[in-house]
Design a protein around this ligand. Sequence first.
Ligand code: SAH
Length: 346
Amino acid sequence: MKKMIYDLNYEQLKEWLLEHNEKTFRTNQVFGWLYRKRIQEFSEMTDIKQSLIDTFNEEFVINPIKLKQRQASKDGTVKYLFELQDGFLVETVLMQFDYGKSVCVSSQVGCNMGCTFCASGLLKKNRDLTSGEMLAQVMYVQKELDKLEQRVSHIVIMGTGEPFDNYDHVMNFLYTVNHDLGLAIGARHLSVSTCGVVPRIRQFAREKVQYNLAISLHAPNDELRSKLMPINKAYPLAELMDALHEYSTMNNRRITFEYILLKGVNDQTEHANQLAQLVKGMNAYVNLIPYNVVDEHGFKAVDFAAAMKFYDKLMRLGVKSTLRKENGGDIDAACGQLRAKAEGKL
Ligand code: SAH
């Protein structure tokens, strides 16, 4: 597999250029070609001499991911299935919101977290994605948007994979996406979502960055959460909440809790009460997510009335929350469904 130039962050590219006897100002030039002009071939860099272009071609590729499938939903959601250089498949989703265009990026091929409701876990992890492969997903979508003179304004790492099981690559990816000479997307428009890998949450708290943190909570007590999400056995709620309090104190940032409403499982009044208790006093925000049914798992989605009831209860208990509308329900847009289907697992 040839190395992707997108894998190199600004400083690494600078170093590479220095090693090849180039001046440091070339870093800005090359970064500009890659992320502003979004070239597909090194030969497009008209102000770079041929010998350097040849060396780039010998060592790197720009964006080798191939589109295998593309599904567009009536609501503007687009789902992409990409093939990586070694043949593995990953999914990416573009979502249109009134505040902008958000790309949902996959961070691993498959996932080992084993959440019982999730389609991604139907396929075990094959490998981590590199930061360049995550960038490649965004760049592909951005190239499409370029034709409409539109821009990716937000990124969420909520596709297949557990980003905090691939920490360094994820941080390197965000670094380039956020970099002034990279895609220059503001840190507050970048979100990482984790099922609760506590040591990495503590590490994340110490980064000098302003990215958003989202926690996939889905259950307000240990008994239920351990049933739904195996990670809870390794890092139960008390430990998770302790790490989050630390993150909050250090960063003064609001934390988003994601909570899928599963019919008859976590949607009762007692769960709303426990949830309110759990996040009490925290700068928190609960995102109630409609469940996208994965037939294999047997869970059912709640109807709108039940979701509203849960939402009202939370509001009355003083918990800030939103009831997220479903995007792309007509195109298998949830969590690994497209890939699982392509691989014959759904
Ligand atoms: N591993 C990370 C990020 C990927 S999952 C995490 O757990 O946060 C992104 C979000 O989608 C998580 O909140 C996950 O629990 C949720 N999700 C998984 N399967 C879903 C489904 N079928 N319907 C709706 N949301 C789902």
